[in-house]
Design a protein around this ligand. Structure first.
Ligand code: BG6
Length: 478
C-alpha cells in the first residue's frame, strides 16, 4: 500500500445523494482502515448556506445510515469536516482552502471531487481553473463522476475544458465498476494463469457475454435517467470497461498507462456497431421480487411520450487478431428478474461429440462464468458422467467464491478513493478512452421510435433472445 500524504478532500456537491450514500461512507471506511485520521480533512462545498456544525451533523447521519457503528466517526467529524457555501464564488473557496491549510499546517495537497449533476461539471471546472485552484504547492487531483459527456462531441468539449486547466495526470474519471475487486481480478485471472490465457482467443472461444442485470427500476432518478437511458447510463461506461478488460492484450507492465493503452486499443479495433444488432427495450408492468410493479411509463417523473430505453442488448465485434469473428454480446436492463453481473466465456464444444447420438450433450458446458456480483466468483462448467449410468452427462461447476475464500469485499468506492489518494490512475478512465467509447455508441443514440416492451421481472424483450440465437448461441445465466 502506497503512503497517503496529508491532504484536503474538497467535495463539490456535498449535500447531494452521491455524497451521503457513497462518498462519505467509503471515504470514512478508507480513513478508518488506513488509520489516516487527521491526515484527511474534508471540505464540503454546495449552494446551501450551512455552518460547519450543520454539515458535520449530516456527515454523521450519512455514516450512521451506512452502518458505521464505531463511535470514532463522531469525534473525527467534529475535527476533520468543514463546509463552505459556493455562492460567494470560487475565489472565496480558494481563500477558505488556504486558511484551512494554514490552520492545519498542510502543504497544499488537494482533491476536488465533483459529486455533481453532469450539466454543472463545466461551471465547476471553469470556476476552479479561473480561481487558480488547478495548481497548488502540493498535488491537486480532479475527480469527475460519470457520465463524462452525453455523446462524442460533448465528451470532447469537456475534455478540452478540463485540459485547459488540468494536466491529464491530475484527472481521475470515475467508473465505479473498475473499483470492484472482481473486475480488477480479471487481469489476474487472465495474465497470472496460463491455463486460461492460452484459450482466450478466436480459436477456442465461441462467444463472450457480458450481462449487467438489475432488479430495481429507475427508482427516484427519472430526472436523470430520462435523458440518459440504459445506453448512456450503463453500456457506454460500465459494460464497455468490463469488455475492454476481458478483451485486452497483456500489458507491458502494470503501470496505469500501460494497462490503459491496451484497453484503448480494444475500442479502436471495433469498427462500428451494427444498429441491426442492437435491441432497446423498456419495462412494462410486471413483478419484482414476487410483488406487482408498474411499468417505466408509470414511474414518477417519466414523460408520457418517453422513448427512453431501460434495456439494451447488442452484438459487438472486435476486429483484431485475437477476436476476429467472436461475438461479444452485451446486455443490461432494469427490472430484470434479479441483480446479477456476469461474464460468460463460452468455449467451443469438442469437434466431435461422442455422446450426441444419445441426445445427451449439454448446452452450457465448456463455459467459464465469472460473476462480478452479487455472489462474486468463478464457475468453470464442464460435463461429467453420471455414476452408474451409461454416458449420461451432467454439467457441473468447478468453482471459487470470493466471500468463502476471503470474507466480505471492500466497496468499490473505497478502493477507488484509496487509489486516488495514492496517485494511482489505473482504475480511472483516460481522456482518449472515454472518447473512443463515445465514438462507438454515439451513432446508436440517434435511433428513434418506441423501445421493445418487456414485462418487469423478465429477461428483456423477445428480440434480445433472438440476438445470440441468430449466431446459434443463447444467453447463459447462472
Ligand atoms: C450506476 C448507474 O452507474 O450504476 C445506475 O447510474 C445503476 O443506474 C448502477 O443502477 C449500478 O451499479 P451497481 O454497482 O449496483 O451494479
Amino acid at each position: 500500500m502506497k503512503h497517503i500524504e496529508s491532504h484536503l478532500f474538497v467535495i463539490i456537491g456535498a449535500t447531494g445523494d452521491l455524497t451521503s450514500r457513497k462518498l462519505l461512507p467509503s471515504l470514512y471506511a478508507m480513513i478508518a482502515d488506513q488509520g489516516l485520521g487527521d491526515r484527511c480533512r474534508i471540505l464540503g462545498v454546495a449552494t446551501s448556506e450551512l455552518t460547519d456544525e450543520a454539515f458535520r451533523e449530516s456527515t454523521k447521519d450519512a455514516l450512521r445510515a451506512a452502518g458505521h457503528d464505531d463511535e470514532d466517526f463522531e469525534a473525527w467529524s467534529d475535527r476533520a469536516v468543514h463546509y463552505q457555501c459556493i455562492r460567494p464564488g470560487y475565489e472565496a473557496l480558494r481563500e477558505r482552502i488556504e486558511a484551512l491549510e494554514e490552520e492545519y499546517g498542510m502543504r497544499g495537497n488537494r482533491v476536488f471531487y465533483l459529486a455533481l449533476p453532469p450539466r454543472v461539471f463545466p461551471t465547476a471546472i471553469e470556476g476552479l481553473g479561473e480561481a487558480g485552484l488547478a495548481k497548488s504547492s502540493g498535488w491537486t487531483r480532479l475527480v469527475v463522476e460519470k457520465p463524462f459527456g452525453r455523446d462524442l462531441e460533448s465528451a470532447r468539449e469537456l475534455n478540452e475544458l478540463v485540459h485547459r486547466y488540468f494536466d491529464e495526470s491530475q484527472v481521475y474519471r470515475i467508473d465505479h465498476y473498475l473499483g470492484k475487486e472482481t473486475v480488477q481480478n480479471l487481469l489476474v485471472l487472465r495474465f497470472a494463469n496460463s491455463l486460461f490465457e492460452s484459450s482466450w482467443n478466436r480459436d477456442r472461444v465461441k462467444s463472450v457475454q457480458i450481462s449487467v442485470a438489475e432488479e430495481l427500476g429507475v427508482e427516484h432518478r427519472a430526472g436523470y435517467y430520462e435523458h440518459a437511458g440504459a445506453l448512456r447510463d450503463m453500456v457506454q461506461s460500465h459494460l464497455t470497461q468490463v469488455m475492454t478488460l476481458v478483451a485486452m492484450e497483456p500489458p507491458a507492465s502494470l503501470e496505469a498507462d500501460s494497462i490503459r493503452n491496451e484497453k484503448v486499443k480494444v475500442l479502436q479495433s471495433i469498427q462500428r456497431i451494427d444498429p441491426e444488432q442492437v435491441v432497446v427495450g423498456r419495462y412494462g408492468p410486471g413483478t419484482s421480487n414476487g410483488s406487482p410493479v408498474g411499468g417505466y411509463l408509470e414511474e414518477e417523473g417519466v414523460a408520457a411520450d418517453s422513448t427512453t430505453g431501460t434495456f439494451v442488448a447488442m452484438r459487438v465485434d472486435i476486429d483484431n487478431w485475437r477476436w476476429q469473428g467472436v461475438p461479444f454480446y452485451l446486455r443490461t436492463g432494469k427490472r430484470l428478474p434479479r441483480r446479477l453481473t456476469q461474464i460468460a466465456i463460452e468455449f467451443y464444444e469438442p469437434p466431435v461429440c461422442l455422446f450426441d447420438r444419445e441426445g445427451l450433450c449439454q448446452v452450457h458446458s465448456n463455459t467459464l462464468v465469472i460473476t462480478l456480483q452479487p455472489h462474486e466468483g468463478f464457475e468453470l462448467l464442464f460435463d461429467v458422467k453420471a455414476p452408474e449410468e451409461r454416458f449420461r452427462l451432467i454439467t457441473l461447476p468447478l468453482d471459487f467464491f470470493y466471500e468463502e475464500a476471503f470474507g466480505p469485499l471492500p466497496a468499490a468506492y473505497t478502493t477507488l478513493i484509496k487509489d486516488l489518494l495514492s496517485g494511482d490512475q489505473t482504475l480511472f478512465v483516460r481522456a482518449d478512452e472515454v472518447e473512443e467509447s463515445w465514438r462507438l455508441f454515439t451513432p446508436l443514440l440517434a435511433r428513434s421510435g418506441e423501445p421493445d416492451p418487456y414485462p418487469a421481472g423478465s429477461w428483456g424483450p423477445e428480440a434480445s433472445e433472438r440476438l445470440p440465437a441468430r449466431d446459434g448461441n443463447a444467453w447463459v445465466v447462472r
